[in-house]
Design a protein around this ligand. Sequence first.
Ligand code: IMP
Length: 199
Amino acid sequence: MKLVLASKNPKKLKEMGDILSALGVEVLSEEQAGVDVEVEETGTTFAENARLKAEAVMRASGLPAVADDSGLCVDALNGAPGVYSARYGGEGLDDAGRYRLLLENMRGQLDRRCKFVSAICCAFPNGDVVEAWGECPGTLAYAPKGSDGFGYDPIFFLPERKKTFAELTAEEKNAISHRGKALEQFREKLAAYQAQHNQ
Ligand code: IMP
């Protein structure tokens, strides 16, 4: 089976390809599938946005397409930045600008609970969808620490390890991360779907 990954991110393509190759699934980039789709993330949930992206690329390519949507949800901010994680604070900010703004908005707040979440959706031309979900709970650090990773990693603290995501190796992070868990669940659900449909 061939799947098109609805993302322009080569790291995600490799990660998805590695995880799904054991199922005999070939993961193609949008470019390899001959499509270039810009999708507005207008959904109010991660699952909705993942589905919007997957269905747009499936329609353009005529092939099954898979997309993910992820972000950071802070309890004391009613789940913000949430689906707006990549755009928190507006267009002008970079990753460090966004996490500094978040720390500023959390100044004086003692409830630091938060979680990273990841939704995956695979849309098939016959209308079927296979969806998966992963979460990783943590707390918001008071100051950034560590230099690995991306996005909000330097301020996402794991109390049981006494480290931020940015202080973990990629392997350590993948083993416990929201995305790692969602991908693992996706692999299992896709294998079940394949078995059911003889693909
Ligand atoms: P997207 O799913 O690629 O749209 O990413 C959404 C945004 O959530 C990213 O731009 C990051 O700001 C944030 N994010 C998602 N996953 C992670 C992670 O593992 N570490 C740090 N930030 C993340």
